[in-house]
Design a protein around this ligand. Sequence first.
Ligand SMILES: CC(C)(COP(=O)(O)OP(=O)(O)OC[C@H]1O[C@@H](n2cnc3c(N)ncnc32)[C@H](O)[C@@H]1OP(=O)(O)O)[C@@H](O)C(=O)NCCC(=O)NCCS
Length: 339
Amino acid sequence: MAIVIKPAVPADAASIEAFVEAGNAVREVSFPKWRHYTPRMAELMLSVPMPAVRHEFFVAWQDGQPVGRIMADIPTKENLDVLAADVWVIPSARRKGIGTKLFEFTKSLADSYDRKRLFASSLWPAEGFEYPDSSGAAFAEHLGYKPSMVDMSRRLDVTAADDAAHEGMLQRAKAKATDYTVVQWKGLPPSQYAEDLAYLDSRLGTDAPQGELNIEAPKIDADRMRAFQKANLAREKIGYHTAAVHAQTGRLVAWTTITKEQSLAWHGFQQITIVDPDHRGNRLGALVKVENLRFLRAEEPTVTSIDTFNAADNSYMIAINESMGFKPLYAFQNWQREI
Ligand SMILES: CC(C)(COP(=O)(O)OP(=O)(O)OC[C@H]1O[C@@H](n2cnc3c(N)ncnc32)[C@H](O)[C@@H]1OP(=O)(O)O)[C@@H](O)C(=O)NCCC(=O)NCCS
């Protein structure tokens, strides 16, 4: 039966439902513990623009049923030769060429934006990590994508969090970080820290390991950082932030964030953590992360799981996460391919 590929758009609630339904059917088999998208999350990703990326979603239909989907990210400020897209096909429809059709569609979408390179991601085997489904890696290799960087996801089971261990980490951090005070906020950042946050945010693009991935670091100024935070809020994504301020200079020099989707009660995402290179070695990473976890737990008691991503060779951050109780979940390969 013919496959028809159509966009999922907020004006058509059934298309969003189908996009989410296909995604959840894949998730159940391929990433059963991964957080799901709610229709509300998908709708908001399409209706609320982000400062440097545009999303386009598509559903593959067969006999009136959704059998697959494409989630495409189109960078709009840097990396203007790239389109990142994940192709998913529901388990009952696999090995019939639907994935290949979705890939061909992705290539023509990339062409229409004059993109020369495709990025994609899939599960990847790594010791200690769960690997329920090898189809994505086989498919990407078959299509000529090159493995470029492994990301590891780890999960903290908040219900089993070791409060004494956290207290110990905090005390050790405070003993060393005596020249710093902690500040916390929810949502938009206090304006006096906008420049410092933009500086830290832009360092992330150059400091975090990128493996073989050929990515241009984003140029982030205070306006762009604020626009990003505003878009997150409009997407009903609440950010919990903890930072360390250097007492002598008043500069904000370390920062971490956990985000929580309003429509997903059980889940939080531990996002960026960054310490200004001039202030490393003072346990500021552990300080802000543990304080921020406490902040989130106090405000969001329904959250039972927090996930985080690290590049496989980011050993410093992984060590902090493991001390906090984050345990290996899935490893992901970042693939890239010239068109
Ligand atoms: C990967 C995925 C999209 C493939 O969809 P599909 O419709 O089965 O893909 P196709 O039928 O077009 O497969 C094309 C080729 O890829 C390779 N391939 C796909 N799945 C494979 C598997 N499970 N094992 C080995 N090779 C596989 C084969 O070479 C296949 O050709 P063949 O069937 O003639 O041997 C689907 O399995 C899926 O959704 N997986 C989970 C999500 C994911 O990881 N997506 C990939 C992101 S890069």
